[in-house]
Design a protein around this ligand. Structure first.
Ligand code: ATP
Ligand code: ATP
Ligand code: MG
Ligand code: MG
Lengths: 255, 255
């Protein structure tokens, strides 16, 4: 059982899209997968066909110790892929965590339950920024996948997440590994090639070889409530996410 | 003097790009403008040519009462456009706000100083999500501009911001106005036209007629540290932001 956080402090770099698509790829590879939505904006919940104001209970009720984990697991349109949804109430839960001495509630709630569950992979989708929900995800996870858009703000903000990973390694988990990968990549765009070359230098083995191309099928998949791997399996994005899952999950690269 | 917040809880919808470009447009219209970066990721600081780990003092020192506002104002490459930069330390300031009875520190620090300053417009760039820094911006501002990408997650998350605006109107400022506008719009994209039509119905006069097109000049402007209105004044995005500034700022539409 492998717990993987998908995180990047910059907004709109394809964290949610990647969490859904990698989960879809892992299901295609024959694994049983659980995804957890930690974003009060609930994009992953929407991306997998649920409405955050209807589906219940959600992660908020689990973190408030109002419901068990089992009850918050919901099926998706993809067999073998389950979801613990988010809701706007998570913002309240995050605010309440600030007052607490020990804010590592995700680990406290999930750790022993996950070890006994039958999932092969658990993917955690995090909100933008570096709030306490994101920190909780990094403390529970064994591996962080970092979607990075080949543009200035996102490449620059990467350093903030790498600093946080170093801090989590010191305080909580010395073996927390990370790998970044490029998303929404356009091979004919000179600025994209330039940023890619720079990231290869600064990240070395920490940057995946597989690159996710810009592909409008991704946006259509979100409206259909399906990962792009299941909405348009022959699309360039679906094939790239399958290749990425094989690169990242077959031999865990330490970085 | 008009204080305007640029906000949307979804990440990557062009909040920062719009704050810089609208400020550039207002300068072209002859106004003196101050922009304030409230995002710990400091994208607006980068977008206007400063490095968050070098420029000092920043908004964090102002909100901690360590430095006066005057000292935190920095010039940009655009004459008539000044910046109060952000830094990663803002994340710490935001965490500290959680413990306080009265978290409306932005209004406390800025209100009387702004009334005496010679700026015509002050634009506040907010981080994604709905944390206390964003809430502070909505409490100080008289108008909220809401950049909205014509895609599923961003159109859905709009409701969360509108709820927050209604709450701020009840608790703090009954006259807080808002207007949404479409960004990164591709006229030949059917899903974009569909989402636009839906937003016209749900928002009515709250949706601007001016639409900002997808334009690669925007990304190049960010690397050059200039608003797109000054980097590529004849570009489609620059002309659209000028038209948007004229639509929004000449006759304040209440919504
Ligand atoms: N490969 C791709 N091709 C085209 N569009 C994409 C691709 N990946 C993501 N997108 C689109 O980019 C937008 C941002 O993606 P997404 O919401 O997954 O990012 P995020 O990092 O999760 O955002 P947030 O910071 O708000 O959580 C969405 O509209 C999504 O559909
Ligand atoms: N009209 C446009 N055409 C092309 N690219 C654009 C346009 N507007 C914004 N972008 C690009 O989209 C990305 C996201 O924009 P930006 O960072 O301004 O969004 P944001 O809402 O401020 O993100 P965050 O939620 O992280 O604060 C940036 O790479 C930016 O250059
Ligand atoms: Mg997301
Ligand atoms: Mg921004």
């Amino acid at each position: 059982m492998q717990v993987v956080a998908v995180s990047h402090p910059k907004g709109g770099v394809a964290k949610t899209t990647s969490a859904a698509a990698l989960a879809g790829a892992l299901v295609r590879m024959g694994h049983r997968v659980l995804v957890v939505d930690l974003d009060p904006q609930s994009s992953l919940t929407l991306a997998l066909g649920h409405l955050p104001n209807r589906v219940w209970p959600t992660l908020a009720e689990v973190l408030q110790y109002r419901h068990g984990l089992e009850e918050a697991v919901h099926a998706t349109q993809v067999k073998g892929l389950d979801l613990i949804p988010a809701s706007p109430k998570l913002a309240l839960v995050q605010r309440e965590l600030h007052g607490q001495e020990d804010y590592t509630v995700l680990r406290a709630r999930f750790r022993s339950w996950l070890n006994q569950s039958s999932y092969d992979y658990v993917l955690l989708d995090t909100p933008p920024g570096q709030g306490l929900l994101t920190l909780n995800a990094l403390i529970l996870a064994q591996q962080v996948l970092i979607p990075t858009q080949p543009e200035y703000f996102s490449a620059y903000a990467l350093r903030y997440l790498l600093q946080t990973i170093r801090w989590v390694r010191l305080r909580f988990q010395p073996l927390l590994a990370y790998q970044a990968f490029l998303t929404m990549y356009q091979s004919r765009n000179r600025a994209h090639a330039w940023i890619r070359a720079r990231l290869e230098v600064t990240l070395g083995p920490g940057l995946c070889r597989t690159v996710i191309p810009l592909d409008t099928k991704v946006r259509e998949a979100a409206i259909a409530g399906l990962p792009v791997t299941h909405f348009a399996p022959k699309s360039r994005a679906a094939r790239a996410y399958l290749a990425l899952a094989q690169e990242v999950f077959t031999h865990e690269q330490q970085a």
